[in-house]
Design a protein around this ligand. Structure first.
Ligand SMILES: Nc1ncnc2c1ncn2[C@@H]1O[C@H](COP(=O)(O)OP(=O)(O)OP(=O)(O)O)[C@@H](O)[C@H]1O
Ligand SMILES: C=C(C)CCOP(=O)(O)O
Length: 329
């Protein structure tokens, strides 16, 4: 894999890489519909976690621009002159597509490649417009978080047979070192073998974690964690802890199942072009292999705030709902 980074040195160690799952921040089955309530709560929780648990202090929107049709911005340029420099811990945010991008990509087959076909080429363009608009709305609802957009396609990321072939993280490192919160997203990218494909936010987070070595990784989604079968099915059991072995294989250690190596049953929405929960678990296992704890948790809940705040690193409280994926030697 050509990743163009030999020795990555961050000025400050990175605390957390978080994925805002498309199933949580959008209404995944409705075309291009944001789940605004979740997004607002998630943004507040992110800010609180970045500010080391403090929810106090004035929140200044980073963008005071007044656009046609918008009411007057509450923030004025002069407000920034009185503001103290805020001490944020280092986070990287990646958001999934949810109801943005997956519909365009699946109807035109962008994930399967074939850029020489007019429908695929148009689909590539349409997918990128859609995922970029999600992005704009997400950073629009920011809570004083100095976020900057870094689209994988625009940063030159590409794949070969759907695996990352080139993904220079130096721009992400520079943004972090300059005090910004880089925001990346699942994207349509060029593929050396297929022409094009869809790069999932779940794969991006795993690539970044391998190179940036955060203290922990959080996947926020619309269910409490990984279940032994699709959570809508009767008697689905939440898997609280999954142990990943040196060779990347994994098994459930809590709760104790009759057959701990039994694969979990997973359903994936028909318009999902990136594999849904299947991809998430395998990428989470890859991350855990590096000794980085991964938490899969329901967004906009007390459990997601606990995970984002890093409190699970010492001890997992009995009443915490979510799935921990960690390395065992
Ligand atoms: N065994 C399972 N355990 C947990 N969730 C499952 C399982 N099988 C299917 N699912 C479904 O997986 C979905 C979450 O995965 P999905 O990839 O859609 O999340 P996301 O990362 O939030 O979205 P996106 O990929 O659009 O960013 C849930 O809505 C859930 O119903
Ligand atoms: C362009 C698309 C559909 C990106 C998909 O990213 P994901 O939702 O994180 O799997």
């Amino acid at each position: 894999m050509e990743t163009n980074q030999t020795d990555i040195k961050l000025k400050t160690p990175i605390r957390c890489i978080v994925k805002l799952g498309g199933a949580a921040i959008t209404c995944k089955n409705e075309f291009e519909k944001i789940n605004e309530a979740n997004l607002v709560t998630v943004s507040s929780q992110l800010r609180e976690a970045m500010m080391f648990g403090s929810s106090s202090g004035s929140v200044l929107e980073m963008d005071w621009s007044k656009r046609p049709g918008m009411t007057e911005s509450l923030v004025k340029v002069d407000d920034f002159k009185e503001q103290q420099v805020l001490d944020f811990s280092s986070f990287v945010v990646i958001h999934g597509a949810g109801s943005f991008g997956h519909f365009q990509a699946s109807t035109s087959g962008v994930h399967r490649g074939g850029l020489n076909q007019p429908l695929v080429k148009a689909g590539f363009v349409a997918t990128r417009i859609s995922v970029s608009s999600t992005f704009i709305q997400i950073i629009g609802i920011k809570r004083g978080i100095p976020s900057v957009a870094m689209s994988p396609f625009s940063c030159g990321w590409s794949t070969r047979e759907r695996n990352i072939a080139s993904a220079d993280v130096s721009a992400v490192v520079e943004a972090l070192d300059s005090g910004f919160v880089p925001v990346l997203h699942g994207d349509a990218v060029l593929d050396e073998a297929l022409g094009c494909t869809i790069l999932s936010g779940d794969v991006i987070i795993s690539h970044l974690a391998a190179h940036l070595k955060p203290q922990f990784v959080v996947f926020l989604t619309d269910v409490f964690g990984v279940y032994d079968r699709p959570p809508a099915e009767p008697n689905a059991v939440l898997l609280r802890e999954i142990a990943v072995r040196e060779d990347g294989s994994w098994s459930v250690v809590n709760p104790t199942l009759e057959d701990s190596d039994k694969q979990v049953e997973i359903s994936v929405a028909s318009h999902d072009t990136t594999g849904g929960m299947v991809t998430k678990i395998s990428e989470a296992a890859m991350i855990a292999k590096h000794g980085i704890d991964v938490y899969i948790v329901k967004a906009a809940t007390e459990h997601s705030l606990t995970a984002l705040s890093g409190k699970l690193r010492d001890k997992i409280p009995d009443d915490w709902l979510g799935t921990v994926i960690r390395h065992v030697s």
